[in-house]
Design a protein around this ligand. Structure first.
Ligand code: ATP
Ligand code: MG
Length: 230
């Protein structure tokens, strides 16, 4: 069992292939200290999403170990591991239902007050209240009925309410308008605070903020450090 998990994640000499003879990660090693932001950068196909897949135990490494504190994740129950991880994807996933239900999905026991408090903490209560029916606004799986920015806020609030130690963010390449952008950035900062986060980063502004930048190329870390070192 994963008790009092600090948020420390260690990749120890990780090699991985999806298909035999086609190595995708080659002897990858790094440590994310509790609360650090790790930016993963590199060309398409370099292995960024694969690192995330191993972190979430969607796949097991071919060689090496992934450690959460001192626990090899092979030995952890998948459910217990996943409860420590929040994921905000680029194409944020909503299901058909109300905004409130969408926010509550990872915490079915959360009260209406807790749902609203999460949105308030992100300083986005006005954005939800401006939706057609506020928290009761019905959305479809494709997010119809909400703007891109509004959908993102729903996903942030969901992650905040679940309060995971680790947050994974696949940064959007598409941009919303600058006003919304600023709101989203500040909401994101609130969400990331005091969590270990892994960001598949496309923006220089994110890379600047990261404690560690891992530059991947064909499954290897070819450069590492913070923005100033690189
Ligand atoms: P992108 O920037 O396009 O998202 P990425 O850095 O996330 O790229 P990965 O998705 O980790 O790259 O892919 C690394 C390599 O693994 C690529 O060569 C890719 O084709 C291969 N790959 C990814 N997923 C699978 C899979 N499920 N089965 C087989 N090969 C895969
Ligand atoms: Mg990817």
């Amino acid at each position: 069992p994963l008790e009092n998990f600090s948020g420390r994640v260690h990749f120890e000499e990780i090699s991985f292939h999806y298909e035999p003879e086609k190595p995708v990660l080659k002897k990858i090693g790094f440590t994310a200290e509790p609360g650090q932001m790790v930016a993963l950068v590199g060309h398409t196909g370099s292995g960024k999403s694969t690192i995330i897949n191993l972190l979430c135990k969607f796949y097991l490494p071919t060689e090496g170990r992934v450690l959460f504190d001192d626990h090899d994740i092979r030995e952890l129950q998948t459910a217990s591991l996943r409860s420590q991880i929040g994921i905000v994807l680029q194409k944020n996933f909503l299901f058909s239902g109300t905004v409130r239900e969408n926010i509550r999905v990872g915490r079915p026991d959360a009260t209406d007050e807790e749902v609203e408090a999460a949105v308030r903490q992100l300083d986005c209560l006005d954005l939800v209240e401006n939706m057609t029916n506020g928290f009761e606004t019905v959305v479809t799986e494709r997010g119809q009925g909400l703007s891109l920015g509004q959908r993102q806020i729903v996903c942030f609030a969901r992650a905040l309410l679940a309060n995971p130690k680790i947050l994974i963010l696949d940064e959007a390449t598409s941009s919303v308008d600058t006003m919304t952008e600023a709101r989203l950035q500040s909401a994101l900062e609130t969400l990331l605070k005091d969590r270990t986060c892994f960001v598949v980063a496309h923006r220089l502004s994110t890379i600047r903020k990261a404690d560690q930048v891992l530059v991947l190329d064909q499954g290897e870390i070819i450069e590492r450090g913070n923005h100033r070192d690189l």
